[in-house]
Design a protein around this ligand. Structure first.
Ligand SMILES: CC(=O)/C=C/C=C(C)/C=C/C1=C(C)CCCC1(C)C
Ligand SMILES: CC(/C=C/C=O)=C\C=C\C=O
Ligand SMILES: [Fe+2]
Length: 538
């Protein structure tokens, strides 16, 4: 049964009631402040903890959803920042909230639910967070606590398993949410959004950390495992076949600079290669051991340690360039700061061998300040101040002829997307291949956060933008029309948090970038990071 009005049909509220107290007084007060000289930030649901632990119901559709849009958009992010009297101050620390919007023949049903990681359950039980997260680090109160912390770090017990970055469906149908700690890989039930438990890897690969963006298709799951352990800090490149829970090591990349690996929130692949970025924002072993976040949280900025791009052959695991064997590379590149890689492809010669690898990313002009810009106290204030750090589409060219240096250039005029950009997606059929269009969040300045969505044409070097005054928009997600052959034939979905505290799913025609429908939530949702599309089985 679908409701035609905006009145939500609520289900399963017993659980919601049980968890309602977690929404702290601070968060409620903030949400109700409204006109506090913060440019309207206080009313935005984007930076406010979710209203209730779960909800399910029909949504009112304004406009026309295409009848071919049949499937589920699953979306994950940090929906709860307040526990008891404790309020996290970083976007990346919130407890994961999973949102599901199911589209069927022009209609939409929504559900959301908290993911019950061990870290979330412990916080609910104790009324405060107990685990170490991205920026949150429970303070040791005495020497015993300090020792317990070090043991807990080695065993992994004090480290968070809050899976708030992404959600993906594996080739065998299992749905997992995850973050950058390996233990945060958690299985969820697509029908109920219930937490089913940890994803148990059956291998002996180990590893405490993983990339936040594994590359997943119907046949495999590829990811990077950065390892901080001295004297051989490195990255393992691992693959897990669909239907298996065993990761196999494809190869290993030794760090070329610095005492630890660079942050690998995401990475890139081409048809034949995995590209492992090594950037100067490196994991800080010292801050991890001392249980004391450094100014850049668990990272430190070490530009003198150099920046590198390593290209590994997906089938052989080789990274060393050999002229007649396997054309792979490890090159020094200009300093860079990238959280998200957009895509990569092989620029081939006439003999079909790659002359260079092209890698595109959301590049922050070699500055780590963007991580600090995501502190909640900054996002909740100064909405009108132009404080969002600049970013551009950075294009690397990695030579495959044994040359030691790669290039980094600006792919097109950043003014086209307001000089800010991140949270990107492409048509997934073009992953690892030459492509023309990228979708991303951009900036309508002045702003303190990404407030526009943009379609970037890398061939014509132009952008089409969509914006609503005062609203915060989530990562634009491309869904292809079944059977379509044009790269941009489909829709782009983004979740909008409006200046009045409401929220809706925005659906744009990906070709024209014009709005075709908006689907209203019963209440605005917190900002989320990344999603996936699961078509219905016929
Ligand atoms: C983008 C985002 O949400 C990132 C989350 C990152 C986390 C939870 C990182 C955790 C940690 C490290 C990267 C290194 C040391 C331990 C720990 C703090 C858990
Ligand atoms: C919100 C964000 C990263 C999210 C990670 O998954 C980056 C925003 C950058 C702004 O310029
Ligand atoms: Fe991400």
């Amino acid at each position: 049964m679908f409701l035609s009005s905006t009145q939500p049909r609520q289900t399963n509220l017993s659980s919601a009631t049980a968890h309602d107290p977690v929404r702290s007084v601070k968060a409620t007060a903030l949400a109700e402040m409204g006109t506090s000289g913060d440019g309207g930030a206080a009313k935005l649901s984007a930076w406010t903890s979710i209203r209730q632990e779960r909800w399910e119901g029909d949504l009112a559709v304004q406009g026309h959803l295409p009848h071919w849009l049949n499937g589920t958009y699953l979306w994950n992010g940090p929906g709860l920042w307040d526990v008891g009297d404790h309020a996290f101050d970083h976007l990346f620390d919130g407890y994961a909230t999973l949102v599901r919007v199911s589209f069927r023949r022009g209609r939409a049903i929504d559900a959301h639910r908290q993911i019950e990681s061990d870290a979330y359950r412990a916080a609910m039980a104790h009324g405060r967070p107990l685990h170490r997260g991205f920026a949150h680090c429970p303070k040791p109160v005495n020497l015993i606590d300090r020792v317990r912390n070090i043991i807990g770090l080695i065993s992994g017990a004090v480290i968070t398993d809050n899976p708030n970055i992404m959600v993906t469906q594996l080739g065998d149908g299992r749905v997992v949410c995850l973050s950058e700690t390996t233990k945060s890989t958690i299985l969820v039930d697509l029908d109920t959004l219930g937490t089913m438990g940890k994803f148990r890897y059956t291998d002996k690969v180990g590893g405490m950390l993983q990339s936040g963006h594994p590359i997943v298709n119907e046949s495999e799951f590829l990811t990077l495992l950065p390892d901080l352990v001295w004297p051989r800090p490195d990255y393992l490149v691992v693959r897990m076949e669909a239907g298996s829970s065993e990761r196999k090591v494809i190869g290993r990349v030794d760090c070329r600079g610095g005492p630890t690996p660079g942050w690998v929130h995401s990475f890139a692949v081409t048809k034949k290669y995995v590209v492992v970025p090594e950037m100067p924002l490196r994991y800080s072993a010292c801050s991890v051991i001392k249980s004391q976040p450094a100014p850049l949280y668990t990272f430190e900025w070490l530009p003198a340690s150099g920046s590198y791009m390593h290209v590994m052959c997906r089938s052989t695991g080789k990274t060393v360039w050999r002229q007649h064997f396997c054309h792979v590379a490890s090159v020094e590149v200009p300093p860079f700061m990238a959280i998200h890689f957009i895509n990569a492809y092989e620029d081939t010669r006439e003999d079909e061998k790659a002359a260079a690898i092209i890698v595109d990313c959301c590049e922050h002009y070699s500055s780590p300040v963007v991580t600090e810009a995501l502190a909640l106290h900054k996002l909740r204030s100064f909405r009108d101040a132009d404080v969002l750090p600049d970013a551009r589409v950075g294009r690397f060219k990695i030579p495959m002829d044994g040359s030691p240096f790669g290039e980094l250039n600006t792919a097109f005029d950043p003014e086209e997307h307001g000089r800010g950009m991140d949270m990107c997606s492409i048509n997934p059929a073009y992953l690892g291949k030459k492509y023309r269009y990228a979708y991303a969040c951009g900036a309508r300045r002045p702003c303190n956060f990404l407030d526009m969505i943009t379609k970037i044409d890398l061939e014509e070097k132009t952008a089409k933008n969509w914006h609503e005054d005062g609203a915060v928009l989530s990562e634009p997600f491309f869904v292809a029309k079944p059977g379509a052959t044009d790269e941009d034939n489909g829709v782009v979905i983004s979740i909008v948090s409006t200046i009045n505290g409401d929220g809706y799913v925005l659906v744009l025609d990906a070709r024209t970038f014009e709005e075709i429908a908006r689907v209203r939530f019963p209440y605005g949702l917190p900002y989320g990071f990344h999603g996936c599309w699961i078509p219905y089985k016929i």
